[in-house]
Design a protein around this ligand. Structure first.
Ligand code: PEP
Ligand code: MG
Length: 841
């Protein structure tokens, strides 16, 4: 039965009937007829009603063309009148018959005759079945409309159809469904169906049931059942609802009618294979006999969705390709981190941008030093800052979660937290930090102090007071199987941005194709390296600088050896030093004194040098390759560390091919100069060690000029990697660290369709990428193209890169599975899909 003519529910019911499952007799009124009804052209319902017999009681249910579009509420018990009421009194008993008739009178009055619901509020419960309530309800109708309550079933049905068809055309219904993606001319079918009563003799009632656990996807029973009820009464809060399986907390269907449960389980098994998905039934019991009123996808969280998809493939109900399309890539994050338990209760004290997923509980710390002390004591902590900078790296490494008052999706805290897999909320504008007093004042004036326990939920962007119940991730089992299929079907490389062995190991667990960006500057914030780094920056001549750099050389070498070893045969792309030097300088007076002591210099020299290095616009100043050109020793020492690490690993039997990447290039000559120096160092290391190795040199394309001159750059490069964080910043002239302050307004007012730091701006920045790719390829056919900005895990941006023929994208470790699934889905959609796709759409 085509859904576009009769609606999705009609199609589902037809399917159930074709499987010989017990569906009450029904007829479908087509989308076209419903349109006619809305416009006043009523069909003759008499022949239709005749099919149900003289005593027939029917329901009318919505059947929108797409399941998600909603639709007017079901109307039940149509056909009830005084005569049928009397018959039902004999058949079902007075109480059940009265409850049914009373319910119909009230529903009809409110939904069809449009009387005010409040008019019936004081009458008592229709379900209670009191004759007084029934008579009072009829009296209200008759008084308000000045006519007798309609007794002719044909009239009743005609009016119900008219009101449902017109409700579908109403403004609020339109707005609601258009928000769910429905077109302006969205169609609705209607189903007229024999009422399975749910009230009366024997075990009767209604409920919903599914045989897969909504939290795990494994076999299990869940749902609700209410004896002597109809429709979805069992789901209404406050009802004395029962359970499906035996439950100590209350009555259950299993006890009331074990056979009905057995039958439902067997029907679900049949429907699961036929619908290629775990199903949830709406059902009614009529004197122990099960009637199915609908089968929809079983309710599930993301973990359960993976389990269900994997089990369906194992049972040969669907293909791997189809399974991969069953999950929204972004929802995978729920599986990778601990999450706030769905049933947990909590008190929110701040809301901001959900910058890095997962939830964590810990004590508030305000400084990197306090975070380190906390880690040393083995106590989890949350670093709470106005915003973070490179000097906080050590604190971020020690913290278990991050909360910042300022910042956007690509602010320092967001980028680093994502890389480290730290739950992080940024731009929590409702809080005020008082760093001197070491307190946070929250929106509701609550005062939190250092040491107070809080929970940060980077999945939803909320921060809560105190500990909150969590559920833990499980990366084996169905998840591992599912991700394995994603890798098989993915046709673009997925690498990781990793600055430390921890990052690299984590990404390996997720199955990664190498490191696409190692931001080496982060390594200089580790342990005792910062002081050496600062000594290097303070030096005012090359010799003194080299002394400090020589101390850093073995440290860097061991970093790279570890990365090569972890990555095995997979490539490792190492970016040379990028940030402005002043980011490494001490900020507080105490830190300056410490450095002065370490260097045996007066503090005035430290202050003077700090002032010297200050820039008006550091992100556009002395950073990236500009440092490499003006202070070549830095890149020289890094290159030597990389090449010596390659020699070390080669001697140990592996064959690393390091990739070295130059940041913030804007002129071809920059690449040529760095290349000449690096080639010289590579040759020297090979001669010194007697070990040969290959290396690839590439340029980052992250300035608009680099994109325009990509042809030149490609002629001297083995690869070009698009740094879309900086490229977006420079293309828009929009600070990546400050945009969080107004981005929400911009997106809300649709100035920008999306935050361009989250989803690649295809029209503008995307054009720069395409142009650069074209020019790069024209100059160097074997050029490798990639993207390593934060967009590397955004599904739409990945689709763009794949379409443009890029070799890989690179993203922070915890986002690798998302990128992998998004890329696999693109490939699956491009390929020939079997006929085992989503049954429900
Ligand atoms: C970029 O600019 O996109 C990039 C990857 O480099 P970073 O974020 O370190 O500036
Ligand atoms: Mg950059």
């Amino acid at each position: 039965m085509p859904a576009h003519q009769y609606g999705a529910r009609a199609r589902r019911l037809a399917k159930l009937r074709s499987l010989d499952l017990p569906v009450p007799l029904g007829f479908v009124i087509s989308v076209e007829t419903v349109r006619n009804i809305a416009e006043g052209r009523m069909p003759d319902v008499a022949p239709l009603l005749a099919e149900f017999g003289a005593k027939g009681i029917v329901s009318v249910r919505s059947s929108p063309v797409m399941r998600d579009w909603g639709g007017p509420e079901s109307q039940l018990n149509i056909g009830l009148n005084e005569k049928i009421y009397q018959l039902l009194c004999n058949r079902l008993g007075q109480a059940a018959a009265t409850a049914l008739y009373c319910r119909f009178v009230q529903d009809y009055s409110i939904n069809v005759a449009r009387l005010d619901e409040a008019a019936f509020a004081g009458l008592g419960n229709a379900e209670a079945g009191s004759a007084k309530t029934l008579r009072a309800s009829v009296a209200i109708y008759e008084e308000e409309l000045d006519e007798a309550f309609p007794q002719d079933p044909r009239h009743q049905l005609t009016q119900v159809l008219r009101s449902m068809a017109r409700a579908w055309q109403g403004t609020s219904a339109r707005i609601l469904r258009q928000a769910r993606g429905a077109p302006a001319d969205a169609g609705l079918g209607l189903i007229v169906q024999r009422m399975a009563l749910g009230l009366g003799a024997g075990e009767s009632g209604a409920g919903v049931v599914q045989f897969s656990d909504p939290d795990t996807g494994k076999v299990g029973v869940s749902g609700r059942y209410l004896t002597q009820s109809q429709g979805r009464d069992a789901l209404i809060k406050g009802q004395k609802t029962g359970y499906i399986a035996i439950d100590a907390r209350g009555a259950s269907l299993q006890e009331a009618s074990p056979n009905a449960l057995k039958n439902l389980r067997s029907y679900a098994k049949t429907a699961r294979i036929a619908c290629r998905d775990a199903v949830r039934f709406d059902f009614t019991l009529e004197d122990n006999k099960v009637w199915l009123l609908d089968a929809t996808p079983a309710v599930r969280n993301s973990k359960a969705a993976v389990q269900i998809a994997v089990d369906l493939v194992k049972d040969k109900a669907i293909s791997q390709q189809s399974a991969l399309l069953r999950l929204e890539p972004r929802n995978l994050t729920e599986l990778l981190h601990p999450q706030v338990d769905a049933k947990a209760e909590f008190e929110i004290f701040a809301s901001g941008i959900a910058a890095s997923p997962g939830a964590v509980t810990g004590a508030i710390v305000f400084t990197a030093t306090a975070a380190q002390a906390s880690a040393a004591r083995g106590e989890p902590c949350i670093l709470v800052r106005r915003e973070t900078g490179p000097e906080d790296i050590r604190g971020l490494h020690s913290a278990n979660g991050v909360l910042t008052e300022r910042g956007g999706m690509t602010s320092h805290a967001a980028v680093i937290a994502k890389g480290l897999g730290l739950p992080c909320v940024v731009g929590a504008s409702g809080i005020k930090l008082h760093l001197k007093a070491k307190t946070v004042i929250c929106q509701n004036d609550t005062l939190l102090a250092e040491g107070d326990i809080i929970t940060v939920d980077g999945t939803t962007g909320k921060a809560m007071i105190g500990p909150v119940a969590m559920s833990q991730p499980d990366l084996g089992g169905a998840f591992a199987t599912f991700m394995g299929w994603a890798r098989t079907h993915c046709d673009i490389g997925i690498r990781t941005n990793a600055d430390s062995p921890t990052d690299a190991r984590l990404a390996q667990r997720f199955g990664v194709d190498g490191i696409g960006l190692c931001r080496t500057e982060h390594m200089f914030f580790k342990d005792d390296r910062l002081t050496v780094m600062r000594e290097m920056i303070m030096a005012d001549n090359e010799n003194d600088r080299r002394v400090a750099l020589d101390l850093l050389l073995p440290m860097q070498r061991s970093d790279f050896i570890e990365l090569f070893e972890i990555m095995g045969d997979n490539p490792v792309c190492i970016r040379l030093f990028d940030p402005p030097l002043h980011e490494f300088l001490p900020h507080s007076r105490d830190e300056m004194r410490e450095l002065a002591e370490a260097m045996g210099l007066p503090i005035s020299r430290i202050i003077a040098r700090t002032e010297d290095l200050a820039e008006f616009n550091p992100m556009l100043g002395m950073r990236g390759v500009r440092l490499g050109i003006t202070i070549p020793e830095i890149y020289e020492i890094q290159a030597r560390a990389i090449f010596e690490a390659a020699v070390h690993c080669t001697k140990n039997g592996s064959k690393p091919v390091p990739e070295v990447m130059i940041p913030l290039v804007s002129a071809h000559r920059e690449v040529e100069m760095v290349k000449a120096r690096l080639d010289g160092i590579a040759a020297a290391v090979q001669i010194e060690s007697g070990v040969g190795f290959d290396y690839h040199l590439g340029a980052m394309v992250e300035t608009p000029r680099a994109a325009l001159r990509a042809g030149d750059l490609a002629s001297s490069s083995a690869f070009l990697s698009f740094g879309t964080n900086d490229l977006t910043q420079m293309a828009y002239g929009l600070s990546r660290d400050d945009s969080g302050r107004f981005m929400r307004d911009y997106v809300n007012q649709q100035v920008f369709a999306e935050d361009p730091f989250q989803t690649l701006d295809i029209d503008g920045v995307g054009e720069l990428l395409l142009l650069a790719a074209k020019r790069g390829r024209a100059a160097n056919q074997s050029i490798t193209l990639s993207l390593c900005g934060e967009h590397g895990a955004d599904p739409a941006s990945i689709a763009f890169c794949r379409e443009a023929g890029f070799d890989y994208v690179s993203c922070s470790p915890f986002r690798v599975p998302i990128a992998r699934l998004a890329a696999a889905q693109c490939a699956v959609r491009d390929g020939a899909l079997g006929d085992d796709g989503d049954y429900w759409v």
